[in-house]
Design a protein around this ligand. Structure first.
Ligand code: NAD
Length: 425
């Protein structure tokens, strides 16, 4: 039988496909650097398990909607699969696969004993009532129930989900098990076994990576942050706390700019009240998508994938880009930025703080024990700084970009795990 492969006209390249192409490109570069054989490359390029589910959700007016959901376990050679769940209207299997692959390299890079996974539901949570969202979450979890579990696959929050979503997941799983299983998800509320420090962990990691990469005092360093959600808002806060001047932030509703520096605390309060940065009166409004081109020292993309592309990369003026988001920079843009002398601290390093503290939360759950905020912060800092130093050293020694070095380390560790385990049967 002949399998027809559709031709790849640009119109057919969805954002998800673009993200997966980027992830595969980065993998193949690392495989080339490591001299991996074709069989191992094929293993690493393909997810171990992908599940697509239909999620029926009863709306308040009695209507029945059916949305698509996904869970992908990219690799489980180093431990249970780990990765967030995204609720976003344009998520698809390709995007979730790319995000799962990045999780695999990220966990290996920072040395935590997990494989990589991701989940998604193609829905805009803002269009649902809280009760609809709860029904949708519980039904989605029921559909992916055979895959998840504290020793198998542990979800966490991502775009469009939060600690309430995690609480519903924990409850649904626990009711099915017949007893409470806090270790099935991370990013839970404290009252259900969440960890101190988890809510701000990704942003704290972004701050640690940014300050390490700056290599100078943060005083007077200007910053623009794209995305003002769970990661972006606290990244802006922590960078401002460290002495940087956050001059612009954006979210889906718009962007605001103040050359003397934004009052991040006041802006966060405005967003909590109004739902977005649009309309904030303490700063000037600006074109949302021009934020990445602002003349700042440090740019933190903390929204979605594919926002720095070959089209706008030549106009990016920041000398340092620290990726809070997963996959914000395409490989073509990467080359342009490197050619222009900009440094990119890649996603799998810069935003690893989230999965590091998720791991710490899970360890606490498995031991029915809890650590102080200080203990969690010290462990996070230690793992982030060690990973940063390792990546920086390899990049310098081998003449690689930080992304190439980070992938060489992450992919290399997963390849080693496969080699040592061998192939069954
Ligand atoms: P979130 O849903 O809390 O926030 C996303 C933010 O991006 C929102 O403010 C939204 O308005 C904004 N946004 C959407 N489209 C935009 C646009 N076109 N321009 C500007 N802003 C836009 O999600 P999050 O958890 O903060 O995740 C953000 C990114 O960080 C994602 O790439 C996610 O995968 C990554 N990440 C998250 C975590 C975590 O712990 N939550 C960990 C690692 C990586």
């Amino acid at each position: 039988m002949t399998v027809m492969v559709p031709s790849r006209t640009p119109a057919l390249i969805t954002p998800g496909r673009q993200a997966l192409d980027s992830a595969l490109h980065q993998l193949h570069q690392a495989a080339e650097h490591l001299g991996l054989d074709d069989g191992l490359r094929a293993m690493l390029a393909t997810p171990r398990r992908s599940l697509t589910v239909s999620v029926p959700v009863r709306r308040e007016d009695g209507r029945l909607d059916v949305v698509q959901g996904f869970r992908v376990q990219h690799n489980i050679s180093r431990g249970p699969a780990k990765g967030g769940i995204r609720f976003h209207p344009s998520t698809d299997l390709d995007e979730v696969t790319a995000l799962a692959m990045w999780m695999t390299w990220k966990c290996a890079l920072v040395g935590i004993p997990y494989g990589g996974a991701k989940g998604g539901v193609a829905v805009d949570p803002a269009t649902l009532t809280t009760r609809e969202l709860e029904r949708l979450t519980r039904r989605y979890v029921n559909e992916i129930l055979p895959l998840i579990g504290p020793e198998k696959d542990i979800p966490a929050p991502d775009v469009g989900t939060d600690e309430q979503t995690m609480a519903w997941i924990m409850d649904t799983y626990s009711v099915n098990a017949g007893y409470s299983v806090p270790g099935v998800v991370t990013g839970k509320p404290m009252t259900l076994g969440g960890s101190l420090g988890r809510a701000g962990a990704t942003s704290r990691g972004v701050q640690i990576a940014a300050l390490a990469a700056l290599g100078r005092s943060p005083e007077g360093v200007t910053v623009a942050v794209q995305g003002f959600g769970k990661v972006g808002a606290l990244a802006a806060q922590y960078l401002a706390d460290a002495g940087c001047t956050v001059v612009a932030v954006s979210d889906a509703t718009g962007a605001v700019h103040a050359s003397g520096g934004l009052d991040v605390v006041a802006l966060r309060a405005w967003v909590a009240e109004s739902g977005g940065v649009h309309g904030y009166r303490g700063a000037d409004a600006m074109e949302r998508d021009e934020l990445v081109e602002l003349d700042v020292d440090l740019l933190v993309p903390a929204a979605l994938e594919n926002v720095i592309t070959e089209e706008n990369a030549p106009r990016v003026r920041a000398r340092l880009i620290v990726e809070g988001a997963n996959g914000p920079t395409t490989p073509e843009a990467d080359e342009i930025l490197a050619g222009n002398g900009a440094t990119v601290v890649p996603d799998i390093l810069a935003n690893a703080g989230g999965v590091i503290v998720s791991y710490l939360e899970w360890v606490q759950n498995m031991q029915a024990y809890s650590w102080s905020a200080k203990e969690v912060e010290l462990k996070l800092r230690d793992l982030m700084e060690s990973a940063y130093d390792e990546v920086r050293t390899l990049a310098t020694d081998r003449g690689l970009t930080l992304r190439q070095a980070a992938h060489a380390i992450g992919v290399g560790r997963v390849a080693d795990a496969h080699r040592m385990r061998g192939l069954y049967p």
